[in-house]
Each structure stands twice: as structure tokens, then as C-alpha cells.
Ligand binder design. Structure first.
Ligand SMILES: Cc1cc2nc3c(=O)[nH]c(=O)nc-3n(C[C@H](O)[C@H](O)[C@H](O)COP(=O)(O)OP(=O)(O)OC[C@H]3O[C@@H](n4cnc5c(N)ncnc54)[C@H](O)[C@@H]3O)c2cc1C
Length: 479
């Protein structure tokens, strides 16, 4: 039911998680929708991100568990030496990717979305140019256009990628071979997850971080405890404050490490492989955004909380952007949530996103998760709004379920307002932290107070009691 003068009601550029959710939601609401995808359907998450990396983590996690004779002997279990087939682990990830990609494509087709395989670009107001795989270039019109073109790995200058000995997560997820010694550049969540995978599969890992501490994006207290298990106790050597200024592929791979401040050469390494995990950049280069007057911020498309594209503080009519390309909490569920909100706004609803309640997780063994404000942000807010900040910690070693599992290494840190009890943020390290964070995320989304939350009954014995204990400790501090 598109307006007669347009080919479509909505054209979506990019079929990653953001584009998929937007297109599906719009079609289900009766809009005439086309989605343009230049690579594989499903984008980064399905093909090169969340899905294959979690499949590798699932397999390598089992190997780690079965190979941990000390842990198993605590239960009186003595397992035989663990053997594994690298190719079958890689196949598991690959098969999962294919299955999810197929389902996602079918879902879009069933919803009536027209899938166009090609490279999309903006061609002025309410027009999209598309160069199809067969070389045909055409222009299609749409009442609204939504950009969900995602992101690509960032490779710092001086680093040469050959895809075989020096590679990014795009290639690492194929697990084509297992280097004896691998250097991982960057200790964010992608670097950490791959360090978890490679170390479980018997590779020696050197982790190089340019900032002054490893795991710089995580809460410092959580990092202190988590890094003891995730780095120190494993075959992982972590170096902070060093810049991988030059990396040359080959056999061996040569790495030059320089002092971040002076740029002087500090150390040279020769390793078998290098994984570059130094963040991601928006894929906005060839979108022809200039044709509609969009000025990006280092390539990221500026948006408001309704997903409308903003340029020079003005809304660009009928243009929307979601997902990694907007640079907001670059996670699959953020992209999906943004996509749905954008479509609801196209349909005339007045919806805004609440970034504070969006959780993030790192699927190491054990996991790390967080939601809401960091301690630093919460302190700043407490000064600005003149309230006292409450901080409590709840430990897994006091939790019956964690003790039964012999996995009591973990802590949860809860940040809240001491005046109203409102939960501001939480940071967790421990068994199933990625699942535990959802409860706090829901509480933040409702702006709930620990006064009410402390009255909610949690199942015994479950890990969720770690959260219950934190709420109960917090309520004691409410004035
Ligand atoms: C190794 C790794 C692990 C990750 N793990 C997690 C996780 O566990 N949980 C989580 O929430 N997030 C995870 N992420 C992040 C997650 O993958 C991204 O946040 C998410 O994919 C962003 O979705 P998107 O729709 O914005 O973009 P993308 O998924 O990048 O999709 C964009 C799509 O647009 C296409 N495209 C680009 N330009 C054009 C064009 N001009 N025309 C047509 N098509 C175009 C691209 O080919 C791509 O398919 C991970 C990422 C990586 C790399």
C-alpha cells in the first residue's frame, strides 16, 4: 500500500540485525518494503560476529571444562585427556551461520519484504540508487529510507592484513588453523572472547593493549577480579601501554611494539599469527550521504533518540539510521531495538530509545556483563543532581548454586541512588553473567528502586540470588 508516487514505503540499506528487524516490523505493519544487501543476508552478527563467535566459544568452553582436571576432581570426576577436531568445531560455527541466515531470509520473504542483492546508496531526497550484483544500476524511490549499513573491522595504520597470518575477526571466525602462538591486538570484548577461544584450544596468546590497562572498557573492579582468571591463570601474556605500530604478515609474523607516548620502539615479537581486534569503523564511505547533506561524525551517522538522521542540528526528513553505523552501543540487540523504534516512528508513534537500559555481555568463561552507568558516570551524575551514590558488591562465593557448581569466582557491583533507591547501573563477572544482567536491565528500563526490587522473591538455589543479595544490601543504605 505504498503512496502512488513512490516505489516503496520503506527502503532499508543493509540486512544486518538492524535492517532485518526494521524491514520485518515494517512489512508486518503493512508497509511495502525493500531491503538492499551487498553481501550475505544477516550482516556482521549472523555471518562474522555474534553467531559464529558464540558457536566457537561454546565448543572451546566445553574443551576448557573437560581439560580442567583440578576442577573436575573437586566432583570426584577423572576425565580422559580431551581430544578435539578443529575442523568440526569450525563446521559447527559454519552450519549454525547457514541455518540462521536461511531462517532470517525466509522470515523476510514470508513477511513480504522484497530482497534486492546489490550495493545501495542515497540519491538525494527519498531516492536510493542500487547497483545490483548483475551490474544493473537503477534508482528507486521510497517515502522513507533507513540506513543500516553497519560496520567493518578497524585496522590501525602500520598493520598489514593478509587474511591468513594477520587477520581480523572477519577471518578468525572461520578457525582455519590453530597457530601455536597468536598475538591479539586489543583487549576489548572481541579480543577477550578470542583469547578465551584460542587459549582453550591450546594456543599461546599474547594480548597487546595500547591503553594503560588491559580490558580498558570494563569496570576497573570487575577487570581486577576477572583478569586473574581470564588472563593471569591462562597461557596468556598481557601487555598494556604498548602500541602495535608495525605488523608484517608472513611466517613468522613480525610485530613492532612502541611506547604509546614516545612512539619509541620497545620490543619486537615474532609470532605465528596476529588477530587485530582494535574496534570497528562505520561502513558509510560509499553511501553518497553528501547528496542529501548528511555530515557524519568520523563516519558515524548522527541521529536523535527517535532514529531520525540529524545534520547541522536539523532533522533530515524521511531519513533514518540504526545500528553500528550510528555508533551507539554497537551491539546486535541495540541495532534491532533501534530498527523497531525507527519503524514505529515512521508509523506515527512517538517512541524514543533508552540506551541506559541496554545490557552488554562478553561471553568468556566466566562471562562479564554490564548495564547502565559506569561508576565514573554515576559519580558525575551524583554531583550534577546532588544525590549520594550507593555502591554495593555481591559475591558469587556466597551463592549456593555457584558453590555447587564449584564456580564461585565472581562479583556483582550495583550502583544506585541513595535518595530514591533508583538503580543506575550494574557490572557482573561470574558464571552466566550474561543472563543475570537482564534482570537489572529490566529494572533500569522501568527506573525501579531497590526498595521495591529487594522485596521480589528469587528462586533458591539460583545464581539470580546474587542479584537479590545486592538489592537487599542496597536497601539497607537508603535513607
Ligand atoms: C566477532 C564479533 C562478535 C560479536 N558478538 C556480539 C554479541 O555477542 N552480541 C552482540 O549483541 N553483538 C555482537 N557483535 C556486534 C554485532 O555483530 C553488531 O553490533 C551488529 O551486527 C550490528 O548490526 P547492524 O545491523 O548495525 O550492522 P551489520 O550487522 O554490520 O549489517 C550491515 C549490513 O549492511 C550491508 N551493507 C553495508 N553497506 C551497504 C550498502 N551500501 N548497500 C547494501 N548493503 C550494505 C553489509 O554487507 C551488512 O550485511 C559482535 C561483532 C563481532 C565482530
Amino acid at each position: 500500500m505504498s503512496e502512488a508516487k513512490f516505489d516503496f514505503d520503506l527502503i532499508v540499506i543493509g540486512a544486518g540485525y538492524g535492517g532485518f528487524d526494521a524491514a520485518k516490523h515494517a512489512a508486518e505493519k503493512g508497509l511495502k518494503v525493500a531491503i538492499i544487501e551487498s553481501r550475505e543476508m544477516g550482516g556482521t552478527c549472523v555471518n562474522r560476529g555474534c553467531v559464529p563467535s558464540k558457536a566457537l566459544l561454546a565448543a572451546s568452553g566445553k574443551i576448557r571444562e573437560l581439560a580442567d582436571s583440578e576442577h573436575l576432581s573437586g566432583f570426584g570426576i577423572h576425565a580422559a585427556p580431551v581430544r578435539f577436531e578443529r575442523q568440526k568445531i569450525a563446521d559447527h560455527a559454519n552450519n549454525l551461520v547457514s541455518a540462521i541466515r536461511k531462517n532470517l531470509t525466509k522470515t523476510l520473504e514470508r513477511s513480504g519484504v522484497e530482497i534486492i542483492h546489490g550495493f545501495g546508496r542515497i540519491e538525494g531526497q527519498q531516492n536510493v540508487g542500487v547497483r545490483e550484483i548483475n551490474g544493473v544500476d537503477r534508482i528507486i524511490s521510497s517515502k522513507d529510507v533507513l540506513i543500516a549499513a553497519g560496520s567493518d573491522p578497524f585496522v590501525p595504520p602500520g598493520i598489514e592484513i593478509d587474511g591468513r597470518t594477520v587477520f581480523t575477526s572477519d577471518e578468525a571466525i572461520n578457525l582455519e588453523w590453530l597457530p601455536r602462538w597468536i598475538a591479539i591486538i586489543g583487549s576489548g570484548y572481541i579480543g577477550l572472547e578470542f583469547a578465551d577461544i584460542y587459549s582453550a584450544l591450546g594456543c599461546e596468546v599474547t594480548m597487546i593493549e595500547a591503553l594503560d590497562r588491559v580490558m580498558p572498557t570494563f569496570d576497573p573492579d570487575i577487570t581486577k577480579i576477572a583478569s586473574r582468571t581470564l588472563i593471569d591463570k591462562r597461557d596468556i601474556d598481557a601487555k598494556a601501554g604498548l602500541l602495535a605500530s608495525k605488523i608484517k604478515p608472513g611466517c613468522p609474523v613480525n610485530i613492532e611494539l612502541s611506547d604509546v607516548k614516545t612512539r619509541e620502539l620497545v620490543e619486537e615479537l615474532e609470532v605465528d599469527a596476529v588477530l587485530v581486534a582494535t574496534g570497528r569503523v562505520p561502513s558509510s564511505k560509499n553511501l553518497n550521504l553528501e547528496s542529501i547533506g548528511v555530515k557524519t561524525n568520523r563516519g558515524f551517522i548522527p541521529i536523535d533518540n527517535s532514529m531520525r538522521v540529524i545534520s547541522d542540528e536539523k532533522i533530515i526528513p524521511n531519513l533514518w539510521a540504526v545500528g553500528d553505523i550510528t555508533g551507539k552501543l554497537m551491539l546486535a540487540h541495540t541495532a534491532a531495538a533501534q530498527g523497531t523504534i525507527a519503524v514505529d516512528n515512521i508509523l506515527g508513534k512517538n517512541r524514543e530509545i533508552d540506551y541506559r537500559s541496554i545490557p552488554a555481555a562478553t561471553f568468556t568463561h566466566p562471562e562479564i556483563s554490564s548495564v547502565g552507568l559506569s561508576e565514573l558516570e554515576a559519580k558525575d551524575l551524583s554531583k550534577l543532581e546532588n544525590f549520594e551514590l550507593g555502591i554495593v558488591r555481591s559475591y558469587f562465593k556466597a551463592n549456593s548454586k555457584a558453590l555447587a557448581e564449584l564456580e564461585s569466582d565472581g562479583v556483582m557491583k550495583l550502583l544506585f541512588r541513595k535518595d530514591s533507591g533508583e538503580v543506575l547501573g550494574a557490572h557482573i563477572y561470574g558464571l552466566h553473567a550474561a543472563d543475570l544482567i537482564q534482570e537489572i536491565s529490566n529494572a533500569i528500563s522501568r527506573r525501579q528502586s531497590v526498595i521495591d526490587l529487594a522485596c521480589e522473591v528469587h528462586t533458591h538455589p539460583t545464581l539470580s540470588e546474587v542479584v537479590e543479595v545486592a538489592y537487599k544490601q542496597a536497601v539497607l543504605q537508603i535513607k
